[in-house]
Design a protein around this ligand. Structure first.
Ligand code: NDP
Ligand code: GDR
Length: 350
């Protein structure tokens, strides 16, 4: 592991997101000075860094920034004198990418190249982390997926991420930039956005348990995902930038479960015993104690093209970075449900 006594200054793009908040917390603990970027919006959301209690940390500086602006990217690197840049900013919701393919391409695809260009212009010694994704495997060409598995993205988001992924490798090979790409499988936490399926489920099950919601509507229940705990994955990102060489690494748990399984786990966490009935659009989840339908399929949540199955093998990260996942899906799901119960009881939920 490199580093020595160098003063560590990191830029984290997307600090208002799930991973940005956890990564900022980790790097602050390690003594870094952080410049976390957020967007100028009518209502800025700092709830995650507030929940982690780091929003007023003296070594955390919040910087207004938009990833689609090259000149802002150049100034960001000039002003911060960063030694490490973690590019976590993205239009990260797969469903929305079908409706907004061009915005997604500009932010999620070209945005990464703005940062790579800024590094090339301002300081080619900066170490760069690109948040690549298992969505690049899409219609999977091998099971499990590893770093060398061929890609077949199935959404505008996946395609945009694949472009950014290859540009990171290209800048590594063309200009010797320390550009590393982490192909991360789904990772969740109580800080996950509510548009993503795990958090949508844990928040709804908490509300149903508290009598604040009747039914949870979902799309494809058969999709299988390899779900890990976000806090552990940001540790992997940091380790990737401390390695001797830039490279590409998969972070995953090597376990896959369906959306339906996750719903059952969430119900179990609040002592609801769920019976499944029907198939496809008619599938329902019924509370066995009350006989009430609490889960139903709504085709409006189906995607035009779906990623049916993801399962990653993180052997390379284990061997080269000493990284491995520790939290089971049962523990993760319970942690999320309990956080949502607490928030809903207190009358707020983000
Ligand atoms: P989130 O959606 O929670 O956070 C995305 C962040 O990007 C937010 O801070 C958002 O800001 C910011 N952002 C969006 N557009 C712009 C823009 N134009 N300029 C600057 N910032 C912008 O994502 P996660 O934390 O879950 O994921 C982090 C990264 O990792 C993303 O790139 C995602 O695609 C990728 N990834 C995530 C995985 C996961 O399972 N979580 C798995 C693999 C990859 P705002 O709050 O203003 O919207
Ligand atoms: P994903 O996450 O697309 O894997 O991308 P998401 O939680 O949105 O979907 C997972 C699977 O669940 C199915 N699904 C639903 N999804 C949502 N959001 N809402 C529903 O109601 C619903 N019903 C079923 C989906 O069809 C899908 O199969 C996430 C993001 O964090 C990306 O940024 C990241 O790159 C990948 O994980 C790895």
């Amino acid at each position: 592991m490199g580093g020595g006594h160098r003063m560590k200054i990191a830029v984290i793009t997307g600090i208002t997101g799930q991973d940005g908040a956890y990564l900022a917390q980790l790097l602050l603990e390690k003594g870094y000075t952080i410049y976390g970027t957020y967007r100028r919006t009518s209502s800025v959301n700092f709830w995650r860094i507030e929940e982690l209690g780091i929003d007023r940390h003296p070594n955390l500086h919040l910087v207004e920034y938009d990833l689609t602006d090259l000149s802002a990217s150049i100034r960001l690197l000039q002003r911060t004198e960063a030694t490490e840049v973690y590019n976590l900013a993205a239009q990260s919701f797969v469903g929305v990418s079908f409706e907004q393919p061009l915005t997604t391409a500009e932010i999620t695809g070209l945005g990464a190249v703005n940062l790579l260009e800024a590094i090339r212009i301002v300081n080619p010694k900066v170490r760069f982390y690109q948040a690549s994704t298992s969505e690049m495997f899409g219609k999977v060409q091998a099971i499990p997926q590893i770093e060398t598995t061929p890609f077949y993205p199935r959404s505008p988001y996946g395609v945009a991420k694949l472009y950014a992924h290859w540009m990171t490798i290209n800048y590594r090979e063309s200009y010797g930039i320390f550009g590393t790409s982490g192909i991360l499988f789904n990772h969740e936490s109580p800080l996950r956005g509510r548009e993503f399926v795990t958090r949508k489920i844990t928040d709804a099950i908490a509300k149903i348990k508290l009598g604040k919601q009747d039914v949870l509507e979902l799309g494809n229940m058969d999709a299988k995902r390899d779900w890990g705990f976000a806090k552990e994955y940001v540790e992997g990102m940091w380790r990737m930038l401390q390695a001797d060489e830039p490279d590409t690494f998969v972070l995953a748990t090597n376990r896959t479960e369906t959306v339906r399984d996750f719903v059952s786990l969430a119900c179990k966490a609040v002592d609801i015993d769920l019976d499944w009935k029907g198939e496809g659009e008619r599938e329902q989840g019924i509370d066995s104690a009350t006989g009430k339908v609490i889960v139903a399929v709504n085709p409006k949540f189906y995607r035009p093209a779906e990623v049916e199955l993801l399962i990653g093998n993180p052997a390379k990260a284990r061997e080269k970075l000493g990284w491995e996942p520790k939290t089971s899906l049962e523990e993760l799901c319970r942690m999320m449900v309990e956080a949502d119960l607490r928030r809903n009881e207190q009358g707020f939920s983000f």
